[in-house]
Design a binder for this molecule. Structure first.
Ligand code: ADP
Ligand code: MG
Length: 319
């Protein structure tokens, strides 16, 4: 597997008057291309600080951040800005959309910075908005949309220029549970499609289950780094909703949901509910093959695990 981000002996100290805050201390981490990596920690543990160093928004006090072979900690401002435009997408808790611009204009913005002509960028942005289910909201402004819709605009904007890396800092912090599930699944499945790397920052251990890997921070230090089987590769969105609403989702550890039986039980419940409502069972689901078919019925049939899609395919997608 190819390493896309390397963090070496990273330390970040903030000075507040005469006081020093050690926000990050001795961080070493390698993140693989195509990985969905969750940085998990309580408020004040250093998550946003880490993300800011990774994205080159702040300079480390000590140590270095490499993206590919580039030591971005050594880049000057202009080079960093250009590098970010080419390679990085951001998704924010508070969406950070331009309030006087429409959804379409917001999504087209990163393409403008990359010199794509107007007609072409509007076409690509419109396609992105369709992908996130907002074809009917293209000409709405942020204040004419719900939080979930605004964040889907934020996702479309982050992905529109096909960046290699997406950073998301508490992306669902302002959303209700159901919208959170939709938005999370959308982000991760979009990364899967193009083998993009997602760094997801959250305080919420439920959300960590979307990741391939969970790195836990306490007081600016990595205290645990575990692999996880992403929930999106195991369940459909509908099943994820059911799962999070069930008591099984009560997380003590960050690597729950080990058993296929558990998933199968959820599937079974969904089937029974559907049949009780008189609805037709979906084609090819657990109705006829209960217990034999552990593969998740994901919405994106072409999706593969990152291990199978290591090839360079980041150029030209979505365009
Ligand atoms: N610009 C800053 N100046 C001073 N202290 C800061 C600054 N940014 C963050 N900190 C401090 O660094 C620590 C980590 O903050 P942060 O990375 O924002 O945590 P998290 O995102 O996990 O909530 C906290 O103690 C916070 O108060
Ligand atoms: Mg934060």
């Amino acid at each position: 597997m190819e390493t896309i981000i390397t963090i070496k002996d990273l330390r970040k100290v903030y000075k507040l008057g005469s006081e020093k805050v050690v926000a990050l201390d001795n961080i070493n981490l390698e993140i693989q291309k195509g990985q969905v990596c969750c940085i998990l920690g309580t408020s004040g543990s250093g998550k946003s600080t880490l993300l800011n160093q990774l994205a080159g928004l702040e300079k480390p006090t000590r140590g270095a951040v490499y993206i590919g072979k580039n030591n971005i900690s050594k880049f000057g401002e202009d080079r960093l800005a250009a590098f970010r435009q080419r390679n990085i997408g951001f998704i924010f808790q508070s969406y950070n959309l331009m309030t006087s611009h429409t959804a379409l204009e917001n999504v087209a913005m990163p393409l403008m910075f990359r010199g794509v002509p107007k007609a072409k960028r509007e076409k690509i942005a419109a396609q992105m908005l369709r992908e996130v289910g907002l074809e009917k909201r293209m000409h709405h402004r942020p204040n004419q949309m719900s939080g979930g819709q605004q964040q889907r605009v934020g996702i479309a904007r982050a992905f529109v220029a096909s960046p290699k890396i997406i950073f998301a800092d508490e992306p669902t912090g302002n959303l209700d549970t159901k919208t959170t599930i939709e938005v999370m699944a959308m982000m991760v499945r979009m990364c899967r499609q193009n083998n993009q790397t997602l760094i997801l920052v959250t305080h919420d251990s439920y959300l960590a289950q979307y990741a391939d890997r969970i790195v836990t921070l306490i007081d600016g230090k990595i205290v645990s780094d575990v692999e996880n089987k992403s929930i999106v590769d195991r369940m459909s969105n509908e099943e994820i909703v059911e799962y999070f609403l069930s008591e099984n989702a009560n997380l003590a550890e960050t690597t729950v949901l080990e058993s296929e039986e558990e998933i199968e039980a959820i599937r079974q419940e969904l089937q029974e509910e559907k049949q009780a409502e008189g609805g037709e069972p979906p084609v090819g689901t657990a109705a006829s093959t209960a217990g034999e078919e552990p593969a998740p019925k994901a919405e994106l049939p072409e999706q593969e695990s990152p291990a199978d899609t290591a090839e360079e395919n980041l150029e030209g997608n979505k365009q």
